[in-house]
Ligand binder design. Structure first.
Ligand code: MG
Length: 160
């Protein structure tokens, strides 16, 4: 059986917060506002994987109203969700993500971010890819007010 999953996340960018992408802190003037560490990339990936397996979504598993997730490391949220997907017998074929971020440049960080995500999921680095686009200076992304992320995954399971 083959399933695809799509995840999306949007966070406001504010001063005084770290910019977290895929579990890596990227030097930047602003970072994601959020209840957890705000890692929009990991949140989108978590939703893609849960959605592909039809197991729920990140808001259900880790409600922002729950004080346990305040400042939480999003890698831990992803691992908890991914363990549920693995327990249902699924394997990750690949994960491909798009970040919409005006600044800073993502390319110098790409290899490190992809490796971090692959390591967190316990898969080979060749199964994870992340690319970035700017907002062309307009809209909430282009003016540096927000970050948007899309994640698409393919998971497979042997059927008896
Ligand atoms: Mg989020």
């Amino acid at each position: 059986m083959i399933r695809t999953g799509l995840g999306y996340d949007f966070h406001r960018l504010v001063t005084g917060r770290p910019l977290m992408l895929g579990g890596i802190e990227i030097p930047a003037d602003k970072g994601e506002e959020g209840h957890s560490d705000g890692d929009a990339l990991l949140h989108a990936i978590t939703d893609a994987l849960l959605g592909a397996a039809a197991l729920g979504d990140i808001g259900e598993f880790f409600p922002p109203s729950d004080p346990r997730w305040k400042g939480a490391d999003s890698k831990k949220l992803l691992v908890a969700a991914w363990n549920r997907v693995l327990a249902a017998g699924w394997e990750l074929e690949n994960l491909d993500c798009v970040i919409a971020l005006q600044t800073p440049k993502f390319l110098p960080w790409r290899e490190k971010v992809c490796a971090s995500i692959a390591h967190t999921l316990g898969v080979g680095a060749d199964r994870v890819f992340v690319k970035a686009k700017t907002g062309e200076g307009i809209g909430p992304v282009g003016t540096g007010e927000a970050i948007e992320v899309w994640a698409n995954c393919l998971i497979t399971r042997e059927e008896e």
